[in-house]
Design a protein around this ligand. Structure first.
Ligand SMILES: [Zn+2]
Length: 409
């Protein structure tokens, strides 16, 4: 366990920011630097079948130490950090025995991590916190997950008395730009199920996420001199406005929580001859999700009827709620829950208001709930992680491996 912290600190200082505008995999060259390091480290700790492909997907095996057949399980983390905030020159700071007071991240710029605003901090009094210096993100999302998985594997290598089946691990690029699962070779991975170590605070266990689609609405207008436009002008800006006014006003991100779905208009541009709306649709419930997409079509039809054929609606599904793939194999959630409880960790089970690589992997045939990695305030300068939470994640991984083997008689 003593290598957990230095491991994490080392990964955090390697810039692996991904880039949504890049067409390559990995999306940025710099992700290779961490990838190559991880391959070396997997060899060093005694993992077998260590491989890295041309897209920087890393896989490795910890062979079974049993003679009976038990399910092959996997653990997955991502190497990249968010494009939303700089990951260059990350200088992690260690706060030992945290006293529950404000943490000055950057004195010069007056950047303070305060429990007045981030009240979660208070549950970590007396613990060791790792923070940023206020100028970058930390990258605990998801380098904490990587450090935890490697440390757990090393622990199992060094403790052959803990019996387990074959364990597979994988580290992927480009999760933050939604492409972590795209080139993941599920067949090569060969696990019966897996867990992404990519959640936030201690205890998080997630197997539900949004169903997601995006829509583009394109409106064609007709420009005529405004003084002589009666009965002739078709104003695309006005029609765009009419379209938006027919969406339910309270069903937006800023008014919804838990399992409430929404429409989120994130871009409008327009002039008389041409207007475009971009929006996303999110709902945990598949029936409600389909109804939301239907509503968009109904509005389009209604407006077309009124103004003539001037509006094109293009809806594209993005990802789906993994629940339907996890429920038939619910023991994989139960094992994770039992592992946490046996370590005195209270499982926090709640639906993700977003997607994960695990949801895509689940639909690719690898059921894949998400487990906490321990960090808070991802994707920004207030990101931090308690060392104790990372240690707990390591123990949860070890325990899941042991429990999976125990449950097969
Ligand atoms: Zn992540």
């Amino acid at each position: 366990m003593e290598k957990l912290l230095p491991r994490f600190l080392e990964y955090a200082t390697i810039d692996t920011q991904s880039d949504p505008y890049s067409k390559t995999t990995p999306s940025t060259e710099k992700q290779w630097a961490l990838a190559k390091k991880l391959v070396m480290e997997l060899h060093q700790i005694g993992m077998q079948e260590v491989s890295i492909d041309e897209n920087a997907y890393i896989m490795a095996t910890l062979p079974s130490n049993l003679d009976k057949k038990v399910p092959v399980i996997g653990f997955i983390s991502h190497m990249d950090t968010s494009p939303d905030f700089s990951g260059k020159n990350v200088k992690p700071q260690l706060i030992k025995n945290y006293d529950g007071k404000d943490i000055v991240l950057n004195k010069k710029k007056n950047i303070v991590l305060s429990p007045d605003y981030f009240e979660d901090l208070l549950q970590y009094q007396g613990q060791t916190l790792i923070t940023t210096d206020g100028s970058t993100l930390l990258g605990a999302d998801d380098k904490a997950g990587i450090a935890e998985i490697i440390t757990a594997m090393e622990h199992l290598v060094n403790h052959p008395e803990i019996k387990h089946g074959e364990i597979r691990v994988a580290f992927t690029p480009d999760e933050e730009i939604g492409r972590g699962a795209h080139k993941f070779d599920v067949k090569k991975f060969g696990a019966d199920w897996a867990y992404t170590m990519d959640g936030s605070q201690v205890g998080e266990l997630e197997f539900e996420n949004f169903n997601a689609a995006r829509a583009t609405i394109t409106i064609k207008g007709k420009s005529v001199h405004p003084g002589y436009a009666k009965g002739k002008m078709v104003n695309a800006v006005g029609i765009a406005n009419e379209f938006l006014s027919l969406l339910p006003p309270r069903e937006v991100p800023e008014h919804t929580q838990d399992r409430e779905g929404f429409f989120h208009v994130h871009k409008i541009k327009g002039e008389i001859e041409h207007a475009e709306i971009e929006l996303i649709v999110r709902d945990h419930d598949l029936v409600h999700f389909e109804a939301r997409k239907q509503l968009l079509q109904d509005i389009q039809r209604k407006i077309s009827k009124k103004h003539g054929d001037c509006i094109v609606l293009d809806i594209e599904d993005q990802y789906r709620n993994m629940r339907e793939k996890v429920e038939p194999v619910f023991h994989i959630v139960e094992i994770a829950k039992e592992a946490m409880e046996s370590l005195g960790i209270e499982p926090i089970i709640k639906p993700i208001r977003g997607g994960t690589d695990g949801s895509q992997l689940s639909f690719m045939g690898l059921p894949c709930p998400n487990i906490f990695a321990g960090g808070h305030n991802f994707h920004g300068k207030y990101e931090y992680i308690p060392l104790e939470s990372m240690e707990k994640a390591v123990m949860v991984i070890v325990k899941i491996c042991a429990l999976t083997a125990e449950q097969i008689k």
